[in-house]
Design a protein around this ligand. Structure first.
Ligand SMILES: [Zn+2]
Length: 215
């Protein structure tokens, strides 16, 4: 199965994608993580990506994403299934992915879109914290650390990511909806879209997703 998770930043799509991956197995492509790692590389490409995603709050160009995706897929047996989280993010990227899959005799099984209202998104995103040492993620609203602002796992002080400030959040949401709506519309036309209410409890959403996928 090839499953794409869609949803604006703060919709909980990463959490749901990981839960589904634990359930189904196969491969997991996390777009944001792949890009963050690239951005940390001390290379011209790394610096370019860093500037695009952190300072401008924009999306990485499609030709770069295509290259990154092709490299990632090169050594994988995709019959085992893939869950995509944070990619594709535009109609163009969706077409690129479909082409690459088609050449390998595969196609997209489902596109799961998590719907969450804008005030809820802004509130959730301003509450995100990450451990500066081990990278574990928390949310002061939805997934609070046991002790105030300190990592449950290693005890290090939690920080707010550079791309979780209000200005960047607003820029990201605007960019997200502008870029993603055409993809959502096409997936709907292709009858692979599953729209889900993303304002429910994590486990409830997970069960609802399983029902849509397995039945
Ligand atoms: Zn930690």
């Amino acid at each position: 199965m090839i499953i794409i998770f869609l949803g604006p930043p703060g919709s909980g799509k990463g959490t749901q994608a990981k839960l589904l991956h634990q359930k189904l197995g196969g491969f997991y492509f996390e777009g944001g993580d792949v890009l963050r790692r690239k951005a940390e590389e001390n290379s011209p490409l790394g610096k370019k990506i860093k500037e695009i995603i952190y300072q401008q709050g924009k999306l990485v160009p499609d030709n770069l994403m295509k290259k990154i995706l092709e490299d990632w897929l090169a050594d994988k047996d995709i019959k085992k299934g893939i869950i995509f989280d944070g990619f594709p993010r535009s109609l163009e990227q969706y077409q690129i992915l479909k082409e690459i899959l088609f050449k390998k005799g595969e196609k997209i099984t489902k596109v799961i879109f998590l719907k969450v209202s804008e005030p809820v998104l802004v509130s959730r995103l301003s509450s995100r914290r990450v451990c500066s040492k081990c990278g574990l993620e928390f949310n002061l609203i939805t997934k609070p650390p046991k002790n105030d602002e300190v990592c449950d796992s290693c005890g290090t002080k939690l920080i707010q990511r550079a791309d979780d400030t209000p200005e960047v959040i607003k820029a990201r949401l605007k960019t997200y909806f502008e870029k993603t709506q055409p993809l959502v519309d096409l997936a709907k036309k292709e009858k692979v879209l599953e729209e889900m209410d993303g304002e429910r409890k994590i486990e409830e959403i997970h069960q609802a997703i399983l029902e849509r996928i397995l039945h």
